[in-house]
Design a binder for this molecule. Structure first.
Ligand code: GLN
Length: 408
């Protein structure tokens, strides 16, 4: 039997594929971005209580009222962003469903959607499922957004730009200046900003600025985030969307037909966490991740990787030139071969860099996550350091190439 043409260009999620590879090699999984530590007690207790109280049937399709109200209060306190919980907030099955529902609701066939590269692997397929065309603009680790290239990417067909900050996998936190430049282009070209702010509280540099809060942007912004990363519950699938009422109407219809709604008792848990956890929780989260970032970054540098210390999110994109099975020869392994080799030899599994770039990009890169307990990260560091020792004992003919390579 034939399958639908719209799926033919899609590859399997490389990130989830690498999780399987880690299992096969009994390696530490630094591939898929999910925390392996406990979620806040308050959140778990509230969700468990909701199940005991038989909050087991559909919530209102666009989200339990208590959660939408808690979100409205939080957006007002965190960012001064006022959202009407009745008309401007939608709760979804994770930020992933939020993104696809938004694009299906707001983008027409033939439209163009701008996104940053390296990108999170869903945005391209989401755009294609909406019969639109992805357009890529570079946003590399340690590099400012190239505003000229961004301006050149806007055309009369541009319907939306996906703004992911803090970004996965580059780890950039967009500055106010960069966001203002994006906003100016959106206003000039009458374009929507669809954001992915799932890492908003995992940040080491600068404030988090939702682009919706910039002048002229509220009416053209769809702000997406969720509980997965902030509360370490990626499997709960609770995300949300803040958008003007007119856009929300269309998004809610798509959301209803796609999923009906997010898990009702878990929405209660997230509402309790939003209401019950204070600023110290969010500061603690950022401080926790800062330590993890520094631990992994130091280990990667000691092992001979070239990488930049991210400003936010929980990934490090690392150049492995000069490391690997053929270190020092003219035939370095490609990124997938290197990721497999690292799993087998060092017992640490990253994601091949090419899954974050269009064809041909990211071939000397792999991505590591640091959303793991310090024990796991220390063990990964030990294994990677051993690799560094082994590698530096070998001839490093590629040294010059490494030096002239990335300056991050
Ligand atoms: N966001 C996580 C990551 O980038 C998980 C993604 C996934 O499971 N595909 O690793």
């Amino acid at each position: 039997m034939q399958t639908a043409r719209r799926t033919h260009g899609f590859r399997e999620s490389v990130i989830r594929g690498m999780t399987r590879l880690a299992r096969e090699h009994n390696a530490l999984n630094l591939a898929q971005g999910f925390p392996n530590f406990a979620a806040p007690e308050l959140l778990k207790e509230a969700a468990a209580r909701a199940i005991h109280d038989d909050i087991n049937q559909y919530a209102i399709t666009w989200g339990a009222q208590r959660l939408r109200q808690a979100l409205a209060r939080k957006y007002a306190t965190w960012y001064g962003l006022d959202a009407d919980p009745e008309r401007e907030l939608t709760v979804t099955c994770g930020a992933t469903e939020a993104m696809i529902s938004t694009l299906l609701a707001l983008v027409n066939p033939g439209d163009e959607v701008i996104m940053f590269e390296p990108f999170y692997e869903n945005y391209g397929p989401d755009t294609i499922l909406a019969d639109a065309r992805p357009v890529y603009v570079p946003l590399e680790p340690g590099q400012p957004l190239d505003l000229d290239r961004l301006a050149a990417a806007f055309t009369p067909r541009t319907r939306a730009i996906i703004v992911n900050t803090p970004s996965n996998p580059a780890g950039r936190v967009l500055t106010r200046t960069e966001l203002e430049a994006i906003a100016a282009l959106c206003v000039r070209h009458d374009t929507l900003a669809v954001t992915d702010e799932i890492y908003e509280h995992i940040r080491f540099e600068g404030p988090h600025i939702p682009i919706a809060t910039l002048p002229g942007m509220r009416e053209r912004s769809v702000t997406i985030s969720g509980a997965s990363k902030t509360f370490s519950v990626t499997g709960w699938r609770v995300g949300w969307i803040v958008a003007p009422a007119g856009l929300t109407d269309a998004i809610r219809k798509v959301h209803d037909f796609l999923t009906v709604g997010a898990p009702a008792p878990l929405q209660e848990g997230v509402a309790a966490a939003l209401d019950g956890l204070d600023a110290a929780f969010y500061e603690g989260l950022a401080a926790l991740y800062r330590g993890k970032r520094d631990l992994l970054h130091a280990a990667l540098v000691a092992a001979g990787f070239r990488c930049w210390r991210p400003e936010g999110a929980y990934y490090i994109l690392a150049d492995y030139t000069g490391l690997g099975p053929d270190a020092g020869t003219a035939a370095p392994p490609d990124d997938t071969a290197f990721a497999v080799w690292l799993s087998r030899v060092a017992g640490v599994t990253p994601v091949p860099g090419s899954s974050f770039y269009r064809d041909g990009g990211g071939r000397s890169l792999v991505r590591f996550v640091f959303c793991k307990t310090d024990e796991i990260l220390a063990e990964a560091a030990r294994r990677l350091r051993a690799l560094g020792g082994a590698a530096s004992a070998e001839p490093r003919a590629a040294e010059a190439a490494v030096e002239s390579g990335l300056q991050r």
